[in-house]
Design a protein around this ligand. Structure first.
Ligand SMILES: NC(=O)CC[C@H](N)C(=O)O
Length: 318
């Protein structure tokens, strides 16, 4: 199927490239599933985020030029999840470029958090905005350590696994892509989150938090409504993408990057949901159901410690 596709869609994937991690491979597969759905031949240009940074311009001007050329010739930009501060500035620059030039953008986990920092710095004029992951004493902490976590017990306190996101804005792009669902269960893996106290400021400036958790205090999906496709998710939609069930947010990215978003969104509101539309028939967590489906007791323990856990039985822990 892939080999018969002619029209190319070019996605710049901006990350750290010191060896491909499993999570990048999942993102790659999710891009592929969505591209086949949109009848496009996927070309992924790997852009090392450090190469976009000013320091590279001086130290390795050719790498800097090559990275920016790749970014600028992409139809869409994806910034995946990650940990550690190397290359973070480059991710912020990629989000800025996408936002300012109306280029489709999908930010996943760290890619969403950096889009929030970028928006604070350059739209809201808050030059000291940062995540406390990268500056624990940030003057404007717009991404903060999750209160229920513990800095001294890293492994066990990550917010992990399937959690529920409730759509707060009915006519936003992401809700439509998910088939106008009221909520969706997706997988998580993070320790930091958008500072809920800054949400009204962000929303007044035009960054909308269209998906939140059940507490309404944890931000799950961002959108810039007047941009062609600028979406960030705190969760990892790539983990539930399958060849015949592409992830809706990835379909949105590829559709926007190949001039098909309106058609896809129209299809969604006419009831033609993307085959990847997630199963919503799952009840809230029960230990027996969870253990019967996959038996990952360790993940279960983490999940329960950090709030409500929603198994959904369709490959959540695959
Ligand atoms: N998976 C990720 O991208 C994690 C993002 C960020 N490092 C956090 O812990 O919240």
């Amino acid at each position: 199927m892939f080999d018969t596709l002619q029209d190319i869609v070019r996605i710049a994937m901006v990350g750290k490239y010191t060896g491909l991690s499993d999570s990048y491979l999942s993102v790659l597969k999710a891009l592929l599933h969505a591209s086949v759905y949109c009848h496009r031949k996927l070309v992924v240009d790997w852009v090392a985020s450090t190469d976009l940074e000013d320091s590279t311009k001086i130290e390795a001007p050719d790498a800097y030029k090559a990275a920016w050329n790749l970014l600028k010739s992409a139809d869409g930009i994806l910034v995946p999840g990650g940990f550690g501060d190397r290359g973070v500035q480059g991710k912020i620059l990629a989000a800025k470029y996408a936002r300012e030039n109306n280029v489709p953008y999908l930010g996943i986990c760290l890619g969403m958090q950096m889009a929030v920092v970028e928006f604070a710095r350059h739209v809201m004029n808050l030059p000291h905005a940062n995540s406390t992951e990268f500056d624990p004493n940030a003057k404007t902490p717009c991404v903060i350590f999750m209160p229920e976590g513990s800095k001294t017990h890293m492994g066990g306190t990550m917010r992990l696994g399937s959690r529920r996101t409730f759509f707060k804005v009915a006519d936003c792009k992401s809700a439509k892509l998910y088939g106008n669902a009221d909520y969706v269960d997706e997988r998580h893996r993070h320790r930091y989150e958008v500072n809920p106290d800054m949400v009204p400021e962000f929303e007044n400036a035009g960054l909308k938090f269209v998906g939140k958790d059940e507490s309404d205090r944890r931000m799950e999906i961002i959108e810039i409504p007047n941009h062609q496709y600028f979406i960030g998710a705190q969760f990892h939609p790539e983990f539930k993408s399958r060849p015949a069930k592409p992830s809706p947010l990835f379909v949105g990215l590829i559709a926007a990057s190949s001039g098909q978003l309106d058609k896809v969104l129209q299809g969604c509101s006419n009831g033609h949901v993307i085959p990847g539309k997630h199963q919503f028939s799952n009840g809230p967590y029960t230990p027996a159901a969870h253990q019967n489906t996959n038996g990952h007791a360790k993940k279960l323990a983490n999940g329960v410690a950090n709030g409500t856990y929603y198994p959904n039985g369709n490959g959540v822990h695959a």
